[in-house]
Design a protein around this ligand. Structure first.
Ligand SMILES: CC(C)(COP(=O)(O)OP(=O)(O)OC[C@H]1O[C@@H](n2cnc3c(N)ncnc32)[C@H](O)[C@@H]1OP(=O)(O)O)[C@@H](O)C(=O)NCCC(=O)NCCS
Length: 169
């Protein structure tokens, strides 16, 4: 298994993978919309024998905290081939994605996801709680790639229309 940036030729496989992993088309279609809207910051695939077995997407997420802009991306969605789940592919994708984003100067990452999965990479619901968003609770988590990037009192994230979220936050 190796991890690489998604190529155009792999897009159909990425769509099928998201569909299979989530058991519905919503997330696969979200990937298409985010691409069409030019919001993709990083799209990585895990490849085994030429097959796409994992995918993770990071997109631009306008974020402000105490009046300043914080260079933030949303992690969404991510998917691993149901036959290979719980084998480390997902973790490898998260780690590689975060490392690349940090190198590129990204300051923070926000995710809405499984509270049992993301904290192991440093994501924290407590850190996200100060960011007004359509979400609340333990599934809404944030991670600093730059120390202190999310230090402050109150802020907000604005999910782009592609997410289909009624964002009045
Ligand atoms: C969540 C997902 C991306 C993790 O990838 P993975 O390769 O299975 O993950 P890893 O093997 O690296 O890590 C395993 C951890 O993932 C989490 N996990 C895996 N499958 C899970 C599931 N169906 N529900 C909740 N958590 C799950 C668990 O916390 C697990 O930890 P544990 O084995 O200590 O219990 C993958 O299971 C998946 O595609 N699930 C379906 C789609 C989905 O839910 N995507 C994420 C949306 S936030």
């Amino acid at each position: 298994m190796h991890i690489q940036e998604e190529t155009k030729e792999q897009r159909a496989q990425v769509h099928a993978l998201n569909r299979a992993a989530f058991g519905r088309a919503d997330e696969a279609d979200l990937v298409e919309r985010l691409r069409a809207d030019g919001l993709v910051r990083l799209s990585l695939v895990a490849v085994e024998d030429d097959d796409v077995v994992g995918h993770i997407l990071f997109t631009e997420l306008p974020t402000r905290l105490d009046g300043r802009a914080v260079k933030t991306v949303a992690l969404a969605p991510m998917a691993v081939d149901p036959r290979l789940q719980r084998g480390g592919v997902g973790s490898a994708l998260v780690r590689e994605g975060l490392a690349r984003l940090a190198r590129e100067g990204c300051e923070a990452v926000v995710v809405l996801g499984h509270p049992a999965f993301y904290p192991r990479f440093g994501f924290s619901a407590q850190l996200a709680a100060k960011l007004a968003s359509p979400f609340a609770g333990e599934a809404f988590m944030a991670l600093e790639l730059v120390d202190g990037a999310l230090r402050g009192e109150a802020g907000s994230v604005r999910y782009p229309p592609a997410f289909g979220i009624d964002d009045e936050a």
